[in-house]
Design a protein around this ligand. Structure first.
Ligand SMILES: *[C@@H]1O[C@H](CO)[C@@H](O)[C@H](O)[C@H]1NC(C)=O
Length: 146
């Protein structure tokens, strides 16, 4: 009885610790990817499918202005890679949304070592941004719908 009480107390102490540790990254930075649906109102529904070698988020239908986001621990050897397939109004596009630990994507123009990669989907293409010091998003058009 005394033994099991000790185990229960240990369990209660250790479990929350383990959960909070699990969300932290050791030795590697934590990155956040955001995909924001900024398409015009009353336009066709956006569909996205994002995945990496290990994770497949399945098909998703973001509402207007919805922010779809996930985070992961960057790989020490720079091998982390996520890509998304986007469909909208007879158009579609596939590209990497993360393949570079310094600039989100190898040809990305975000400040070095920003930990957030913000993708904004608009009718004229895909914008890549980051939060600036004021908490606003600086962005530029990265690529167009094809
Ligand atoms: C990230 O996604 C969650 C839902 O998974 C949402 O509640 C949250 O608002 C999103 N973050 C931002 C900054 O919008």
């Amino acid at each position: 009885m005394a033994n099991s009480l000790i185990y229960i107390i240990l369990f209660l102490l250790i479990t929350p610790l383990e959960l909070s540790i699990a969300k932290k990254c050791f030795f590697t930075p934590k990155y956040e990817i955001h995909v924001i649906n900024n398409l015009p109102s009353y336009s066709p529904q956006l569909k996205i499918h994002c995945q990496s070698g290990d994770d497949d988020f399945g098909e998703y239908f973001p509402l207007l202005n919805e922010d779809v986001n996930w985070s992961f621990c960057g790989d020490l050897f720079g091998r982390s890679l996520y890509f998304c397939h986007f469909w909208w109004d007879e158009k579609n596009k596939v590209f990497d949304v993360f393949n570079d630990i310094e600039t989100c994507v190898k040809d990305g123009q975000v400040p070095y070592f920003s930990r957030e990669c913000i993708w904004i989907v608009k009718s004229d293409g895909f914008y890549l941004g980051h939060y600036n010091d004021n908490g606003n998003i600086n962005m530029y058009r990265y690529t167009e719908w094809s």
